[in-house]
Design a protein around this ligand. Structure first.
Ligand code: FAD
Ligand code: NDP
Length: 509
């Protein structure tokens, strides 16, 4: 860690801190540093996507990530709620809503509402930088040397500034796989939230967070959706839970192309996109193994990579992973002592907004406020916002078994029936949760997993409990709040080892 600023440095440098990237991590770090009276500048610049999508300050989360995604998710859930309202006695009398099965979402209106919200956040972000005394430059930054940054404006003019400390917070951008037509005809999550025309019949390539979330909301908004999976869904997550998410989506009409990889996308004379793919296990020259189908939209969700080359990292000597261009660091410090990195751009760290924010704040506090607190990347909770959400914290069952041995862990599990699902007859077959703990006293909980409504809200509190070292006995001693879905955690009694049926008999037993 670089020493606290020395006397005389102020004259040598234009700024105490230069932050490259005005997203979740960069903005948090900049504002925290400025709160200690430091001279701080943030560069933020968005390179338009190959389809021409661009956006304002705030980074991925605000513009093309968490926020528009959550709004689409909400739109999707509302559509379902409108249909279910009938069962609860609602009489929707507008002429075009008398048949609730025919309720349609107007894509242009949805996009306009989402984009308006984003613009308001862009504006308040700029205002908040000003009130926090952080200088903002809408320019693309790259290193000249370890203390000098070259800024390039939209118009192409260049300028230099010198900083004592530099934080790289440039985040990631979607990867375009190397198959014919990918770059020319496909879109990514950078485009979907501002797409002018409704996407129509869509195939999504990739089944990580982004693939499943986009597939989930597009399906619920009424589009024909297929998802191509080359290995497993949600790799790295508990696979039993991931399979419930997939099952629920399949039961709602999403088509999964299992064990398939894309071969090419070509544009047809009718304007449609012809997608060709084959089974992963098949030989490339096995004609029989290929399939093809026309789609209106092909959405790539095959992961994200950093823009390390664009900021001249190699030239300045910062070590990074040549495969995904992510930066190696120890406690957010790179191998070049005055250069730091936070957020998605860090190798081996979760790509999540709250992680970037917390790491950015703590780093600024260590640099400028003489604190020692390090970012703790363990037990970070997360949620996959598919229509039926999946939230979790801690270890998957697979990892717990691998780390401690099957004989040393206990898995408590149950299916459950959310009260609100009964009247509209909503499928509750995939509402399931499990708690993985050590078998030995004091039965420390290793992982908590939940598929069901509002999983994000449910898991957040349990995340604090897991951080505090919660045991199964404490959970068992906790009195639930009835009738909630979260209370199911306090009623767990069936272990997988027992072989007993984990299905509940009735609502309130
Ligand atoms: P970013 O927010 O990406 O910010 C980096 C900024 O740097 C960008 O504005 C970029 O344009 C700018 N930049 C890049 N290069 C330069 C340069 N040379 N000069 C100047 N500026 C530059 N996380 C969650 O926690 N919950 C979610 O629900 C969630 N949903 C997501 C949904 C989608 C579709 C996606 C794509 C991501 C989602 N994420 C979610 C992840 C979350 O958005 C990221 O973890 C978070 O934005 C990372 O913050 P960051 O500061 O590292 O980078
Ligand atoms: P992921 O790495 O999670 O998933 C990528 C998917 O694409 C995997 O299914 C992968 O398959 C597949 N894939 C990769 N390369 C190819 C290829 N060449 N051909 C076909 N399929 C391929 O990336 P995402 O883009 O979905 O998400 C990026 C990150 O963004 C996440 O890790 C997450 O941290 C963050 N995020 C968070 C969200 C949240 O908090 N709710 C929501 C959305 C994103 P395989 O498994 O075989 O490699």
């Amino acid at each position: 860690m670089a020493p606290i600023q020395q006397a005389g440095d102020a004259e040598k440098y234009d700024y105490d801190l230069i932050v490259i990237g005005g997203g979740s991590g960069g903005l948090a770090c900049a504002k925290e540093a400025a709160s200690y009276g430091k001279r701080v500048i943030v560069f933020d610049y968005v390179e338009p996507s190959p389809r021409g999508s661009k956006w304002g300050i705030g980074g991925t989360c605000v513009n093309v990530g968490c926020i528009p995604k959550k709004l689409m998710h909400q739109a999707a859930l509302l559509g379902e709620a409108i249909r279910h309202a009938k069962a609860f006695g609602w009489e929707l009398v507008e002429p075009n809503t008398s048949d609730l099965d025919e309720v349609k979402c107007n894509w242009s209106k949805l996009i306009a509402a989402i984009q308006n919200h984003i613009k308001s956040v862009n504006w308040t972000t700029k205002v908040s930088l000003r009130t926090n005394n952080v200088k903002y430059e809408n320019a693309q930054a790259r290193f000249e040397n370890e203390h000098t940054i070259i800024g390039r404006t939209k118009e192409g003019s260049e300028f230099k500034i010198r900083g004592d400390n530099i934080v790289i917070a440039v985040g990631l951008r979607p990867i375009y796989p190397d198959f014919p037509g990918a770059l020319e005809f496909c879109i990514t999550s950078d485009d979907i939230f501002s797409l002018k025309e409704a996407p129509g019949k869509t195939v999504i390539i990739g089944a990580g967070y982004i693939g499943l979330e986009c597939g989930g909301f597009l399906n619920k908004l009424g589009f024909d959706v297929s998802i191509m999976i080359r290995s497993v869904p949600l790799r790295g997550f508990d696979q039993q839970m991931a399979s419930l998410v997939v099952k629920e989506m399949e039961e709602n009409g999403v088509k999964f192309l299992f064990k398939c990889i894309p071969h090419s996308v070509t544009k047809q004379s009718n304007g449609k996109l012809l997608v060709r793919w084959r089974y992963v296990t098949a030989e490339e020259n096995d004609i029989e193994a290929y399939k093809e189908e026309e789609f209106d939209t092909v959405l790539l969700a095959v992961g994200r990579q950093s823009l390390a080359d664009e900021i001249a990292l190699r030239e300045v000597g910062v070590h990074y992973n040549l495969r995904n261009k992510k930066i190696f660091s120890e406690n957010e410090q790179t191998n070049v002592p005055n250069i730091y990195a936070v957020g998605d751009v860090l190798e081996g760290k979760p790509e999540l907004t709250p992680v970037a924010i917390q790491a950015g704040k703590l780093l600024a506090s260590r640099l400028f406020n003489n604190t020692k607190k390090l970012m703790d990347y363990d037990n970070v909770a997360t949620t996959v916002f598919t229509p039926l959400e999946y939230g979790c914290v801690g270890l998957s069952e697979e990892t717990a078994v691998k780390r401690f041995g099957e004989e040393n862990i206990e898995v408590y599990h149950t299916y459950y029936k959310p009260t609100e699902f009964f009247i509209p007859g909503k499928n509750n077959g995939n509402c399931y949760l499990k708690v993985i703990c050590m078998r030995e006293l004091p039965r420390i909980i290793l992982g908590i997993h939940f598929v069901g409504p509002n999983a994000g809200e449910v898991i957040q509190g349990y995340a604090a409990a897991v951080k505090a070292g919660i045991t199964y006995d404490t959970l068992e001693n906790t009195v639930g709040i009835h009738p909630t879905v979260s209370e199911e955690f306090t009623r767990l009694s069936v272990t997988k080892r027992s072989g007993l049926d984990p299905h509940p008999p009735t609502c309130c037993s």
